[in-house]
Design a protein around this ligand. Structure first.
Ligand code: FES
Length: 388
């Protein structure tokens, strides 16, 4: 009896010491989780909108330094109202932290030689900002940074803007970023595990639809739209979103009719369509009454899913149009296969002997006129040992 108690105590002391040693070990690999972010509280909404409206990578306005702040101020009350209707703030930080923690836990198990791993959230328009994340990595003694875009499909307005912001930080703070080794995961629209996650989310919703109309249910993949000007410049986003849609439909054996539609247009200029609400309306006119909306370019819930898709379309518009079934598939969030996808992408990147950045990332859009894009790509090429 005494021996059992003693051995239990010894075991527990050893595990405390092991945990303490683990905590004190320097972080070897930092996974920089890049996304635009969202305001957690209503009083962050104005500055968040200001960040978006004054970012020329995201949106180009005439006399932007004046018009951008004016639009941000004007739109603040209406956007605050929307956030209050979804619980008072964006859940994107909560989801990103959960995904990061689960991913790093898994990485510590499957890739011991590159551990310990730690995630760092790097948002573009709200805290924790990119600059804070880079400084935190430096402070933790990170040796290898994996800059991991949380947008599976690359757009110069979103992922591109964040990579340009990393370059801006490095240009102002010489030597800090360069003191660590860097690799980049800039796009992963055709990742097979990601396709499985979306397919699973869709199956869950299809199963909720009565059997007699299930086969006739239209799967509408809905992605954030972008201005046609950006499409004409050669932004790769539309084709990459399309590639995810095809992967998901292959995974589902093309069980249902589907289409790709676009949401969240702002301002009077032409944007990529057809728009989600107009597509629903047009299909209803054609006699269709059953739909599943799939947020194909979002990896976690935020205002575009919780407000625009759930409240404005599934609830309000669905009622107005008299649809029979209009359901929304959940974003990947903490789906176990999604955590596997994140883990696998980082593990493969760490294992790879290829330069830390892809040739596609290093090539500008054919009609890009933004000099910062060129500087950023040149800097990343040098940093990651690639040729440009
Ligand atoms: Fe695409 Fe500059 S706008 S690389």
């Amino acid at each position: 009896m005494e021996i059992t108690r003693l051995s239990r105590r010894l075991f527990s002391t050893a595990s405390v010491l092991r945990n303490a040693a683990e905590t004190n070990r320097k972080v070897k690999t930092g996974v920089l989780m890049i996304n635009m972010g969202g305001p957690e509280k209503l009083d962050q909404v104005h500055d968040y909108l200001l960040g978006i409206m004054t970012d020329r990578d995201m949106i180009q306005l005439p006399v932007q330094s004046k018009l951008g702040p004016w639009i941000a101020k004007r739109r603040t009350p209406e956007v605050q109202k929307k956030y209050s209707e979804i619980g008072g703030g964006s859940p994107i930080l909560k989801w990103t932290n959960r995904q990061g923690e689960l991913m790093c836990k898994k990485l510590n198990e499957v890739s011991k030689e590159t551990g310990p791993h730690k995630h760092y959230v790097a948002f573009r328009y709200v805290t924790p900002f990119i600059d804070d994340a880079i400084e935190a990595m430096k402070k933790d003694g990170v040796e290898h940074v994996v800059a991991f875009s949380q947008y599976p499909q690359y757009s110069c307005a979103t992922s591109g803007s964040s990579f340009n912001a990393i370059f801006d930080y490095a240009a102002k703070n010489k030597g800090i970023a360069e003191s660590m080794k860097w690799s980049v995961i800039d796009r992963w629209s055709t990742n097979p595990l990601l396709a499985k996650v979306f397919a699973d989310r869709i199956r869950t919703e299809l199963n909720q639809i009565p059997e007699d109309v299930r086969h006739d249910t239209i799967i509408l993949f809905s992605a954030h739209s972008l201005p046609l000007k950006a499409v004409q410049r050669g932004d790769p986003y539309p084709s990459e979103v399309g590639s995810t849609v095809q992967m998901v439909m292959n995974e589902l054996n093309h069980c249902n009719p589907f289409n790709l539609v676009w949401q969240s247009k702002v301002g009077p200029l032409p944007w990529l369509g057809p728009f989600t609400d107009e597509a629903l309306e047009a299909y209803v006119k054609k006699g269709k009454k059953n739909f599943i909306l799939v947020p194909i370019a979002f990896v976690n819930e935020h205002i575009e899913t919780l407000h625009e898709l759930d409240i404005e379309y599934c609830h309000d518009l669905g009622k107005k149009l008299g649809v029979q079934n209009l359901r929304r598939a959940a974003a990947p969030n903490d789906h176990p296969l999604f955590i596997d996808a994140l883990t696998d992408l980082v593990q493969q990147r760490l294992k790879s002997t290829a330069p830390g950045v892809s040739p596609k990332f290093l090539t500008r859009c054919p009609h890009c006129v933004n000099a910062r894009c060129g500087q950023t790509k040149k800097w990343f090429a040098e940093l990651c040992g690639a040729r440009i």
